[in-house]
Design a protein around this ligand. Structure first.
Ligand code: PAF
Length: 282
């Protein structure tokens, strides 16, 4: 695996690959890689000739009181995992390389409305940081395909919308949620969960799964279902951010006659914010 820290270095090699007609797959990450990320690399490997991964902890997508400084940085271990997974190029820029003009004056990419709800409501500016850095990374790598995990469902929907709205010639693909044996969705932030909380956090996934079963059985009292699921999570000792039943494409509140529904939830443990989701077709 070749490692690049500069835009120009990565571009030089990718240009040569492109001239040979090779198809380029891209997996952007913030590092602290787990099985979910490695599944994205594996998927990229299957449909592309060259697989590029980026590791960049993007300050622009963290709020002032969020965990940018304590976000786990595990570069050496990540390199070993990527090499084993068959990644060809790793792009690992520093802040100056990505934001040479500083963060405050950086041009931004905004995807309105869809980013005001769910995680966007509790993390103002977060998605603007994501769409801006992902656009930059897309311009740097110019991949044929980019792959994102379904665990960050809203992020995936926003990036799909951005690529469509801005006519980006990139296939945006998704990969299923990777789960721990008890069903907890894998996340780089799971390391913040305490040993006491660990057996209990599965309540988030279980509550979303319970809603899905109720809807499949014909229950359309979405507000009631959301309320009951929230109560279960609170009873388990966690603070609710949201539990919402949405139209899978628009992320608007689901309507009675919607056929593609996604149930999304976010809750706070002592020092982690966990998200999960579940999609159903009726
Ligand atoms: O999902 C992530 O890890 C990040 O939001 C991403 C897409 C790499 C942008 O920084």
């Amino acid at each position: 695996m070749k490692v690049f820290h500069t835009v120009s270095g990565l571009r030089d090699d990718l240009n040569k690959d492109r001239l040979k007609g090779l198809r380029i797959g891209f997996v952007p990450t913030m590092g602290n890689l787990h099985g979910g990320h490695l599944a994205l690399i594996k998927q990229a490997r299957e449909t592309n000739d060259i697989v590029v991964c980026s590791i960049f902890v993007n300050a622009l997508q963290f709020g002032l009181n969020e965990d940018w400084d304590k976000y786990p940085r595990t570069y050496q271990g990540d390199c070993d995992k990527l090499r084993d997974a068959g990644c060809d190029y790793l792009f690992h820029p520093d802040d100056i390389e990505m934001y040479p003009n500083g963060l405050d004056t950086q041009s931004r990419v905004i995807c309105p409305t869809m980013t005001d709800v769910l995680c966007g409501a509790s993390r103002p500016g977060h998605f603007e940081g994501v769409t801006t850095v992902v656009s930059k990374l897309f311009n740097i790598v110019q991949p044929d395909e980019a792959i994102f995990g379904i665990k960050d469902y809203q992020q995936l929907a926003v990036i799909r919308r951005m690529a469509e709205d801005l006519c980006m010639p990139i296939q945006i693909s998704s990969a299923p949620i990777h789960r721990e044996p008890d069903g907890l969705a894998m996340s780089s932030r799971n390391s913040y969960i305490t040993a006491e909380e660990r057996p209990l956090v599965i309540v988030l996934k279980d509550s979303l799964a319970w809603i899905a079963e109720e809807i499949k059985a014909g229950n359309r009292d979405f507000v009631g279902l959301e309320g009951t699921a929230k109560s279960r999570i609170i009873e388990a000792g966690f603070k609710i951010d949201y539990v919402t039943i949405c139209n899978s494409k628009t992320l608007d509140q689901a309507a009675d006659d919607d056929l593609e529904i996604t149930i999304l939830g976010a809750m706070f443990t002592e020092s982690a914010r966990l998200i999960d989701n579940l999609s159903i077709s009726l």
